[in-house]
Write a protein that binds this ligand. Structure first.
Ligand code: MG
Length: 317
């Protein structure tokens, strides 16, 4: 099969924007550092496959994320495709300075729902990290940039365990209150389940944050990413984060992060008749090519199934 049979279901949006995180969240969590020309080609191929929001790279200090140390060089090589946004991750004002030097139009900041992960990931607690982000968002908006905020550990934290829903809503709302236009709710360790997703989105709505300001970022570590996505769509969310080929975290390593694969998401949405504008065949071909560059097969089930089908089609009868 090259595509699922289309059978729509009630209560879903007509169109979903896929926020592609492979070049940033994916590549920063791969063991292999790919050359800048491969990254540039990856960005081009994603845009050609119909992705319209592609998080390109990160201005986090290279000593934290050596995989993306070539951020400036990559942006220098980028020829933006018409109608495509290329957000860049920015941790602080220095990162914002670099983003502005490179003509970036969209940035993303990254906060945490929990105190422990804030300290581990940002070297400061939740309060201090929000104080760090405040001038970043203010200056970015003054310069006409669009700012997204990520919130990590929304469904569980490896150190703190379950995370109270009220705490997630409170910390998420603080990031939006800085002036961010979108909040992406991250299931960083992939432990969420659909009832939990519905309850969290209902709690945000109860606090005055509707689904039009929210995105979801699910990890497939426990095989729940797609069913969680469906729960979020039913609650009115229309922006879904995914990583081409499911890159970001080797599935055979302990540090597996398991980003939801864009192909798996597009297959489901296509079957449901939800428009994305993405050419699944072109995307699969991109992920097969990138898997060759990374030296390991794509963990995406759809990439595996469609690539295998291609091979058997090519085989002599
Ligand atoms: Mg991720």
């Amino acid at each position: 099969m090259r595509a699922p049979m289309r059978v729509s279901a009630d209560g879903l949006p007509e169109r979903v924007t896929v926020y592609e995180v492979g070049p940033r969240d994916g590549l920063q969590n791969e063991a292999v550092v790919v050359p800048v020309e491969v990254k540039a080609r990856f960005l081009t191929r994603l845009a050609e496959a119909g992705l319209t929001t592609i998080e390109a790279t990160s201005f986090v200090h290279p000593s934290w994320v050596p995989q993306l140390a070539d951020a400036g060089e990559l942006l220098g090589r980028l020829t933006p495709a018409p109608g495509v946004r290329y957000p860049v991750l920015v941790p602080n004002e220095r990162g914002l300075d670099r983003a502005l030097e490179h003509g970036v139009t969209d940035i993303a900041i990254f906060g945490s729902a929990t105190e422990t992960f804030a300290r581990r990931n940002l070297n400061r607690g939740v309060d201090e990290s929000i104080a760090m982000f405040a001038p970043v968002v203010e200056r970015a908006r003054a310069a006409g940039l669009r700012v997204r905020a990520y919130l990590s550990m929304c469904f569980g934290d490896p150190w703190e365990g379950p995370v109270p829903i009220e705490q997630v809503v409170r910390n998420g709302a603080r990031l939006l209150d800085l002036g961010c236009s979108e909040l992406s709710l991250g299931d960083t360790i992939g432990v969420g389940t659909p009832g939990h997703v519905s309850a969290l989105l209902a709690a945000f709505a109860g606090a005055g944050v509707g689904p039009e300001r929210l995105a979801v970022h699910f990890h497939d570590t426990y095989g729940q990413a797609l069913v969680n996505t469906l729960a979020a769509l039913r609650a009115g969310v229309t922006v879904v984060d995914a990583s081409a080929g499911g890159i970001g975290g080797c599935p055979y390593a302990e540090s597996a992060t398991g980003n939801l694969a864009t192909e798996d998401l597009v297959w489901m949405l296509s079957g449901l008749g939800v428009r994305t504008g993405i050419d699944l065949e072109a995307l699969v071909a991109t992920s097969v090519w990138l898997a060759g560059e990374l030296g390991r097969p794509s963990p995406s089930r759809v990439v595996q199934a469609m690539a295998q089908k291609e091979e058997s089609d090519d085989a002599p009868a």
